[in-house]
Write a protein that binds this ligand. Structure first.
Ligand SMILES: Cc1ncc(C[n+]2csc(CCOP(=O)(O)OP(=O)(O)O)c2C)c(N)n1
Ligand SMILES: [Mg+2]
Length: 267
């Protein structure tokens, strides 16, 4: 994805410019817009068993916007896949909780983080379920900036061609990508019309409203013959006043005072 000259992720891995604490804080900022979506999926919608992460009948989830790994790990810990204390090992060398998810972490199906690939993987999972005659469903969460990747649209066409009705995709439509507002870097609008034109049953909801999220999942479960895309309107940095709607935080860590304020506001 070429939407900026410098990739802070690359600086992180190669230069070690940030402390472990900074890396944890910075990564968490990237998850805030998707908190309710992840909680709704793992605590209400999906059939899964934290005591048996490999249960064959489990619903599958793919975090295509892999940079939201801290949010996913927090929800996995809440469900009992891993001890909450382990969350402090985020992004440490040899930790199973890397900055982008890998199957080393219990409950993670696939390594993601190279944006644009998760929907293709999810299409493969949904096809596999059909071939096996299995009843499990596949869920995948994408970023809006991620939709600049052409591979997303190739996968969208494939899912429609095969009428993958047990596939539900969710777009975290926070209107920001790494380097600024989507409307400036590369507009996606009209996003819902695009997905409809690609053959998907497409819903638009408030991605911070649990009632709307859960009823969209229920509608997706009732949808026959085509996959469902839930466009979840969200706020980047949701829950922290100085992060909400603000550009420039994707690859930056708050200082100690800002971090304390953020934790206080989130409660
Ligand atoms: C193929 C690829 N190109 C670039 C990046 C670097 N990168 C990490 S996050 C990000 C922005 C993604 O924006 P969006 O999908 O809107 O994520 P969100 O706003 O939900 O954090 C970019 C460009 C990447 N991880 N993968
Ligand atoms: Mg975004």
């Amino acid at each position: 994805m070429a939407d900026g000259p410098v990739d802070p992720d690359f600086m992180l891995y190669s230069g070690g410019f940030f402390s472990d604490a900074d890396k944890r804080l910075m990564s968490q900022i990237r998850s805030l817009s998707a908190t309710e979506l992840l909680v709704a999926l793992y605590c209400h919608e999906m059939r899964h068993d934290p005591q048996h992460p490999a249960w064959p009948e489990r619903d599958r989830f793919v975090l295509s916007k892999g940079h939201a790994a801290p949010g996913l790990y927090a929800v996995l810990a809440e469900c009992g896949y891993l001890p909450a204390a382990e969350l402090m090992a985020l992004r440490k060398l040899d930790s199973r909780l890397q900055g982008h998810p890998t199957p080393d972490a219990p409950g993670v199906e696939v390594a993601t983080g190279a944006l644009g690939q998760g929907l293709s993987f999810a299409v493969g999972l949904a096809l596999a379920a059909r071939l096996k005659g299995a009843a499990w469903r596949t869920y995948v969460l994408l970023g809006d900036g991620e939709m600049h990747e052409g591979q997303v649209w190739e996968a969208a066409m494939t899912a429609a061609k095969y009428g993958l009705e047990r596939l539900t995709a969710i777009c975290d439509y926070n209107h920001f990508t790494q380097t600024g507002p989507i409307e400036v870097t590369k507009p996606l609008a009209p996003l819902a019309e695009k997905w409809r034109a690609f053959g998907w049953h497409t819903l638009e909801i408030d991605g911070h409203d649990f009632r709307q999220i859960l009823s969209a999942f229920a509608v997706a479960r009732q949808t026959a013959g085509r996959p469902t895309m839930i466009i979840a309107n969200t706020i980047k940095g949701k829950g922290v006043s100085f992060l909400e709607h603000a550009a420039g935080w994707h690859g930056r860590a708050p200082n100690a005072e800002q971090a304390a304020r953020a934790l206080e506001e989130i409660g």
